[in-house]
Design a protein around this ligand. Structure first.
Ligand code: FES
Ligand code: FES
Length: 156
């Protein structure tokens, strides 16, 4: 069945079963491999994308549930104000280790900063608790979010 979806500002028509996870559509149909597969069960956060700005796990989001909502992936998050700040802070703090979890981390952190420009430690914990990092980059992730938050309000 054909579905029309909006990804990073572009419209795509994809011919897949309705219960196909958005993650497979992004990676296998559209060739956008920045979004990662980790667990496939909404447990790790590696597959996080935004649906109308809200972080969702694309491994359990079926394509027939997306409708008119705008999908944003790691490939375009740098075009958003919060995403650009998060990506700069990630580079400044040299957050990634192996990197596998990091696109999901950045998507969750960007959604947090967009909705809450000055998050407390507990806000950060709440927003990021579903994103697992096997390399244990959590301390740098927190520092980077705080750095990005400090730059919020300067030019927003
Ligand atoms: S792959 Fe989706 S949460 Fe792990
Ligand atoms: S940087 Fe390796 S899993 Fe997070």
């Amino acid at each position: 069945m054909a579905f029309t979806i909006k990804v990073n500002g572009k419209t795509h028509s994809v011919d897949v079963d309705g219960d196909t996870p958005m993650l497979w559509v992004l990676r296998d149909v559209l060739g956008m491999t920045g979004t990662k597969f980790g667990c496939g069960m909404a447990l790790c956060g590696a597959c996080t994308v935004h649906l109308d700005g809200n972080p969702v796990r694309s491994c359990i989001t079926t394509i027939d549930s997306v409708g008119e909502s705008a999908i944003t992936t790691i490939e375009a998050i740098g075009t958003t104000t919060a995403g650009a700040k998060i990506q700069k802070a990630w580079l400044d703090r040299e957050v990634p280790q192996c990197g596998y979890c990091q696109s999901g981390q950045i998507m969750s952190a960007s959604a947090l900063l967009a909705s809450n420009p000055h998050p407390t430690d507990s806000d950060i914990d709440d927003a990021m608790s579903g994103n697992i990092c096997r390399c244990g980059t959590y301390v740098r992730i927190r520092e980077a979010i705080k750095q990005a938050a400090q730059s919020s309000g300067q030019g927003d």
